[in-house]
Design a binder for this molecule. Structure first.
Ligand code: SF4
Ligand code: SF4
Length: 187
């Protein structure tokens, strides 16, 4: 053992250095914990996967056409879609439901939807005492659109969303979710 190492071992130099660092951090570094819910964290990361919402088009109508792709992709199998045949053999989405207690917030439903009709908002504060309130119906999901995507908030989501912006999509403007849903007979 060298003299330097011997001195360090005998006088606990490394330990004292560690304690000095801890003491310095304790005194001069502001805490990173927040006094939630008094202080609410503002998510700066776009595409945080929070509560679901069903998108509406510019006329305020639900974009979902009931194709069922989101449900087929969902690894938790927690999306339930009930459709009937409407006028002109068009599909009518009677019920669109998500059991959020089983959802793993993977975002596959969003990725799978060819119409950008299902989205994950940045809203995360929805703890509750009843399971029922975590069962999202079509009406609740459409309400969520109004609550969390209205105005600037929605623009930010559509501009900065976490979906891949690779060459395959040829830029975010060309992703399906930015295109209007074309209804047969209407332009
Ligand atoms: S986020 Fe994932 S688990 Fe949740 S509903 Fe969508 S596909 Fe299913
Ligand atoms: S949300 Fe999209 S993928 Fe799911 S049923 Fe509606 S249109 Fe189809």
């Amino acid at each position: 053992m060298t003299t330097g190492k011997f001195i360090k071992t005998v006088f606990f130099i490394e330990m004292l250095k560690g304690m000095a660092l801890t003491f310095k951090t304790f005194l001069f570094t502001p805490p990173v914990t927040r006094r939630y819910p008094k202080k609410v964290r503002v998510y700066s990361q776009p595409g945080f996967r929070g509560l679901h919402a069903l998108a509406k088009n510019e006329e305020g109508k639900m974009k979902c056409v009931g194709c069922g792709l989101c449900g087929a992709y969902c690894p938790s199998q927690c999306i339930y879609i009930y459709t009937t045949e409407g006028e002109d053999h068009s599909k009518v989405v009677d019920r669109y439901e998500i059991e959020t207690t089983r959802c793993i917030y993977c975002g596959f439903c969003v990725e799978a939807c060819p119409f950008g009709a299902i989205t994950l908002s940045e809203h995360y504060e929805y703890s509750t005492y009843t399971r029922d309130s975590l069962y999202m119906t079509k009406e609740k999901l459409l309400d969520n659109w109004d609550k969390y995507f209205a105005g600037e908030k929605g623009l930010r989501y559509f501009r900065d969303f976490w979906r891949p912006k690779s060459e395959d999509f040829n830029g975010y403007e060309n992703q399906a979710m930015f295109n209007k849903v074309k209804v047969k007979g209407k332009e």
